[in-house]
Structure formats: C-alpha cells, structure tokens
Design a protein around this ligand. Structure first.
Ligand SMILES: [Zn+2]
Length: 464
C-alpha cells in the first residue's frame, strides 16, 4: 500500500516566494519560451514526418495564442500593471473569468522512489500536497495506480482543477508526453519500462484532464526562475545533486533543450577522464555524476575511508588556471596534456584503493562526520568542492549563467563545500572577470523539495 507521509493544507513554504511579480514574470516568460521552443521542435519533427506544413502553421498559431493568453491571465491574476505598459483594465473581466477557472493546477514530481503531488496556484502557493512512497518492484501498472491515486486524492478537494503538469525523471520526450525507457523505474526483476505514454495514461486516470510532461531538471530551473533563487535572472541554471546529477538552463528567458527534443545531460560531462574510482552509470569514467551525485559520493567515500588514503596534494591551494577549461568550449589556455596533469595534481585528491561498499556511510552520516571535524571526511568534501567548481566552470563557459542554483538532497550539505567551490570557481574564471564578469552567483535552492512540483505547475500553467 502506498504510504502517505505528509499532507499539508493552506499556504505552505513558497507561498510568499510566488509573489505577484514572480508569478507574473515567470508565467509570462515561461509561456513565451515554452511556446517558442515547443513550436520549434514540433516544427522540425513535423517537417520530417512528411511536411504537414499547414497543420503545423495552425499549431504554431495556437501555441503562440496560448502564450499570449497566459501572459494576459498572469497580468490579470497579479492585478498589477503590465511590464510593457499595456492597459490592464482592457478585457479585465473576461481575463478574470478565465483566471477563476484556471488559477490552480495539479502538479506531479515523479522520482525513482516516490511521487510528490500538489495543488498549486498561479502565484506559486502550494495549497495542498501529498508525498507517497512508490514501490517500483510491483510493476508498471501498479506504479501508475499509485501515481493516479495520489493525484485523485488532491483533486477530491479541488475538483475545479483542469490541468496537470508532471516533472519526471527521464529520459523523456516532453512534446509527445513519453517516458523513454526511464533508467530508474525498473521493477525488482530488472524489467525496464520501454517507451511509455505517461501523459496519456495519467490523463485517462485523472478524468481526461490534459497532462503536460517535463524533464525534472528542466522543471527545477523553471521553478527557480518563477519563484526561487533565480527569480528575475533570465540567464540561470540549476544543478540537481541527488541520486544522479541533472542540469537545467534558461538562457535569455528561454528554457534550453538539447537536440532531437532531448534535454541537456550535464551530469555526463566528463571532468576527470579515465579515473577508475569514478565509474558512471552511463558506462564512462569520470563524469560529473560519477563524482558529485549523492550516491556516488557515498560509494567513493566508503572506498576511500575503508581502504584508501587521502592525498591533499602539495598544490591544493593553487589555482587550476585554464587547463581544466579544455573540457569546455575552448578555454583561454592551451590545455596541453602536461598542463592537465599538473592541474589534476593541484586538486585535493583522494586516492582509492580497491575495495567494496560497506553500510553506514550515508551522505547525512558523512556530512555529520565532516562537521565534527574528522579530517579524512573533510578532505572528501574538499575534493567534492574542487570538482564541483570544475563542473560549474565548464557549464559557465558554455551558457554564461548569472545564477547557478544547487538543488537536490546533496545541496543540504552545501555548508561543507559551497564556500570552497565558490573560491575555486573564482580562480578558474580569473581571466573571465574583465569586460563581462562570468562569475555567477552560486546559491542553494530556497525551494528545497518543492522545486519539482512547482516546475510541474509552471508547465501546466503555460499549456493550453
Ligand atoms: Zn556518465
């Protein structure tokens, strides 16, 4: 049986964050960027499918109309003057009537162990929520039943809700509403799900309400931009540090996607090639995720503390210069092989002896040990800070965000690595501080474990 672990009515955390201005701007920008990006991606695929240009034009028109309509609704709901000086009184009553119908949505945050559902209003207030542990070992149809039940439970109290937004672990196709053989949703027998029409299946279980799907990291940055740490910053990114590592970017106010309708996979950017202590789930060595996900940090810590030694390296206080930037888009330095080796030595490194995992080294326990001053564990977090700075450097030279938000469960240990990561990042970007200062604000998400559902709400509000 699914376990209901919490349910809170009333305005919850994030209520104030979704203030008028944030709701208005976020919804407006989200609407525009969504409409444009989804329009573009559908335009391409449509052309491939046989050039149904007329149908596509009409779809584009509809999507753009939806964006405009949402922007109007947002202005109306905020009750304030439009940013562009339009007359808010014009069509006010009609807009209000629409807002009355559309001001609340049901949002899902779907992960590999639990589902979080919430009723959220257009100002970012969480009105009601449910978290349920989901047992994937019982197979796909049972998981869907649990997901649908979690949503239905909230809809009982909010039957007027018409739209549903879903932030889910991927990979997935947001435009088509498909999960693409999600990595973490396998049953106990190891059966994978294959391609699943999640939007269609949820919709039929939720009384035919339209369901919009979004990648969880993309949803997280949409939420941060709407009412979190990146509010007002049109160039921003989120790095989710949880079981895996995800990245979501907004550039110029628009959500950035990868090619082929996919999502950026910043967790699989390689930051220390060939490092056999860092085996990644994707099959490569030395990915960002292989070092920085909570699960992999724990795994490497166990090996280091149970069988290895910590080598801080003589040059750990030295800047890495531009050598590590060779992994980005053409850093300022030459990035020669010898330079890279020096740079690697300069990082406080943990040497790993062969060994295997033992219980009792959870992220929370490791953080407690570091806070109590255990030198070997402190060194692990210092290495974490160094590698995080390298990863962020590589994202910064590609996307130039003004704000980088750290989210996910491992962001709870930021007191152990954030200051050092910031210092190292400043060193890595030392040549990029003049003219345009590339150094981003580096902050921990204030949305905590609500970023997923708030992101789901953003995509539901902008859909029509
Ligand atoms: Zn990888």
């Amino acid at each position: 049986m699914p376990k209901k672990s919490s349910r809170r009515a009333g305005a919850a955390r994030g209520a104030k964050r979704g203030a008028k201005r944030g709701a208005k701007r976020g919804a407006k920008r989200g609407a525009k960027s969504s409409a444009k990006s989804s329009a573009k991606s559908s335009a391409k695929s449509s052309a491939k499918r046989g050039g149904a240009k007329v149908a596509e034009k009409s779809r584009l028109k509809r999507v753009r109309g939806a964006a405009k309509s949402l922007a109007k609704r947002s202005r109306a709901s905020s009750g304030s003057v439009s940013e562009r000086g339009e007359n808010p009184a014009r069509g006010k009553s009609a807009a209000r009537a629409r807002v009355a119908k559309l001001e609340k949505v049901l949002a899902y945050d779907i992960g590999g162990t639990k589902v979080h559902t919430a009723i959220i209003d257009s100002r970012g207030r969480v009105l009601d929520e449910v978290r349920v542990a989901v047992d994937f070992s019982r197979g796909r149809s049972e998981v869907f039943r649990q997901w649908i039940d979690a949503g239905k439970r909230l809809l009982e109290g909010h039957p007027e809700v018409r739209r549903v937004g879903v932030a889910s672990a991927g990979p997935l196709d947001p435009a088509k509403g498909l999960l693409l053989d999600p990595t973490n949703f396998a049953s106990a027998a190891g059966e994978t799900w294959g391609v699943v029409p999640i939007s269609k299946l949820l919709s039929s279980g939720l009384g035919g309400r339209p369901v919009v799907l979004e990648n969880d990291a993309a949803a997280a940055i949409l939420a941060e931009h709407w009412c979190g740490a990146a509010k007002g910053a049109d160039d921003c990114m989120v790095i989710t540090l949880g079981t895996g590592v995800g990245t979501g970017m907004i550039v110029g106010g628009r959500l950035i996607r990868a090619g082929r309708g996919l999502h950026t996979e910043g967790g699989h950017v390689i930051i220390r090639a060939g490092d056999e202590s860092a085996v990644c789930g994707c099959g490569n060595l030395g990915c960002v995720e292989a070092f920085l996900s909570g699960r992999n940090f724990e795994k490497r810590a166990r090996r280091a503390l149970l069988g290895g030694r910590v080598d801080r390296g003589a040059g750990s206080g030295r800047g890495l210069g531009s050598d590590e930037g060779a992994g980005g888009s053409g850093g300022a330095g030459a990035g020669s092989g010898a330079g890279s080796a020096d740079a690697r030595r300069s990082i406080g490194r943990v040497e790993f002896a062969p060994g295997h995992a033992e219980a009792g080294f959870s992220g929370a326990e490791l953080a407690a040990r570091a806070r109590s001053g255990e030198a070997a564990v402190v060194a692990l977090f210092e290495e974490y800070a160094e590698l995080l700075a390298v990863a962020i450097h590589n994202f910064v030279v590609l996307y130039a965000p003004q704000v980088v938000v750290l989210a996910g469960s491992f962001a709870n240990a930021a007191d152990l690595y954030l200051d050092r990561a910031r210092e190292r990042l400043e060193e890595l970007l030392i040549r990029r501080r003049h003219g345009v200062d590339f150094m981003p604000r580096l902050v921990v998400s204030p949305l905590q474990n609500r970023a997923g559902v708030l992101g789901g709400a953003v995509v539901a509000f902008r859909n029509e």
